[in-house]
Design a protein around this ligand. Structure first.
Ligand SMILES: *Cc1c(COP(=O)(O)O)cnc(C)c1O
Length: 458
């Protein structure tokens, strides 16, 4: 440890920002399993995937050997508007807790989308534009991805169609309006505008929707329209790749002050922010250079890593997307409507799933009232109102820092603070009014969905 005084905020210079993304798959001896075509059960080819996704992004998706991939100048220019993001030393929180632990968080909420999602949105919009497309379609759950993509599309002058999970569309009208401010077309999902939407509505009238279902609608719209492709805000390896700007900046900032983290924590929905944060560190682990304790935090109501199965599954309820081997609860799993804390996806990034399976990462699930209590504890001393998703990571960071009070260990904890929670005040209100409950699916419920996993023998 150097004796340089560590500032509250470690900022990087613009020229210290990453010029390349880091592809952790290149350093994995055992790679994630390939995406499969559900009809043939053969690995998806570039041609097949290019019907749905932009071609350059498909190349990134299929590339598990190139360790560093150049970030195009146009994307780096956009990054410069809101990056580098600060790595904050949580001195005030440490003091309040009375912990000997040293706590840092990488704050990604400093842009209008309110989250890290813009890091990948701008990359995906860039490649869509480069390919000469008219526009893109996507889904959004809580609304951060849709907002980020709207911003990215308006920057590159692309048409943006967003299917928004119905319960969020209703609970978060302001997010919807931000998207419309950036020129996006927002449709609540399931909707009558697609075949799969109509089918789901007929089978489950009154459903509040799910990410899996919104994905199916967005894909259907993309493939049935000339000049459109589908883009996705999480789960895919390309998204995780773009999000490595988080981890690369974090590592550069820590290295500047000779800080070595003991524990790295992130919330995990589809796994993109966590994957992006940990990639450079996991790379060191994979190359046998260093060791870290890495913790993925997920909601107890949607526990894909801690209670799911590592198997091939569909990425979407409509079963139109390729099969991916991942930790999954089953593509028909829809988290309880009372779950307010985001991270509602049934599966997990294939890269993270494989790292978890190899024992390079652990996972914990937390209940939402504990998450909101942690959010409040954090907000009151650190001055940032955190997103419920991010607060899953806060909860475990607090747990670990509190353990250090008992053991006297001076552990260095780094966690990803993925975004702000200004649009989540209905959830905070429920929490404050004591109306928030903790829903944990039973083993029987989970078994029911597990039985619907596709029978893929591989
Ligand atoms: C989308 C989102 C997440 C979860 O997505 P990942 O792909 O798992 O990173 C976490 N925090 C915020 C603020 C988000 O918007």
């Amino acid at each position: 440890m150097s004796d340089k005084k560590i500032p509250y905020k470690i900022y990087l210079e613009e020229d210290e920002m990453p010029k390349q993304w880091y592809n952790v798959r290149a350093d994995m001896k055992k790679k994630p399993e390939p995406l499969l075509n559900p009809a043939t059960l053969k690995p998806m080819t570039l041609e097949e995937l290019s019907k749905v996704f932009c071609e350059d992004l498909v190349k990134q998706e299929l590339d598990d050997t190139t360790p560093y991939i150049d970030i195009p100048d146009e994307i780096r220019e956009f990054y410069r508007m809101y990056r580098p993001s600060p790595l904050v030393r949580a001195y005030c929180l440490e003091k309040k807790l009375g912990t000997p632990a040293k706590i840092y968080y990488k704050f990604e909420g400093n842009n209008t989308s309110g989250s890290h999602k813009l890091n990948s949105a701008i990359a995906q919009a860039y490649y869509a534009k480069k390919q000469g497309l008219k526009g893109v379609t996507t889904e959004t759950g809580a609304g951060q991805w849709g907002t980020a993509l709207s911003m990215a599309c308006s920057y590159f002058d692309l048409d943006c169609n967003v299917y928004m999970v119905k319960c969020s569309y209703e609970q978060k009208p302001f997010r919807r309006e931000v998207m419309r401010t950036y020129g996006a077309k927002v449709t609540p999902s399931p909707s009558e505008t697609t075949e799969i939407g109509r089918k789901i509505l007929a089978e489950h009238p009154g459903t509040t929707g799910s990410l899996g279902c919104a994905i199916s609608e967005a894909v259907e719209t993309a493939v049935s329209r000339e000049g459109y492709r589908y883009v996705l805000g999480s789960v895919l390896s390309q998204v995780l790749l773009h999000q490595t700007v988080i981890g690369l900046e974090t590592k550069t900032a820590l290295d500047k002050y000779d800080i070595k983290p003991d524990i790295i924590i992130g919330c995990a929905g589809g796994g993109s922010n966590l994957g992006g944060l940990i990639s450079p560190f996991v790379g060191e682990m994979l190359r046998g250079e260093k060791n870290y304790q890495i913790i993925a935090v997920e909601p107890a109501s949607c526990p894909s890593l801690t209670r799911g199965t590592y198997a091939y599954d569909f990425c979407d309820t409509g079963k139109v997307c390729p099969l991916q081997k991942m930790y999954t609860l089953g593509c028909d799993f829809i988290p309880s409507a009372n779950h307010a804390g985001g991270l509602r996806y049934h599966g997990m990034s294939g890269v993270l799933s494989e790292l978890y399976d190899q024992g390079l990462m652990e996972a914990r699930s937390v209940v939402q009232t504990d998450v909101f209590a942690a959010a409040e504890e954090f907000a009151r001393v650190e001055g940032i109102l955190p997103a419920p998703e991010s607060s899953h990571a806060i909860k475990v960071a607090l747990d670990e820092a509190k353990k250090c009070i008992e053991t006297g260990e001076e552990k260095t904890i780094v966690f990803g603070l993925t975004g702000t929670g200004y649009f989540d005040m209905f959830a905070y209100e429920k929490f404050h009014d004591g109306e928030m409950s903790d829903y944990i699916p039973t083993d029987e419920e989970l078994a029911k969905y597990r039985d619907t996993l596709p029978k893929v023998n591989k």
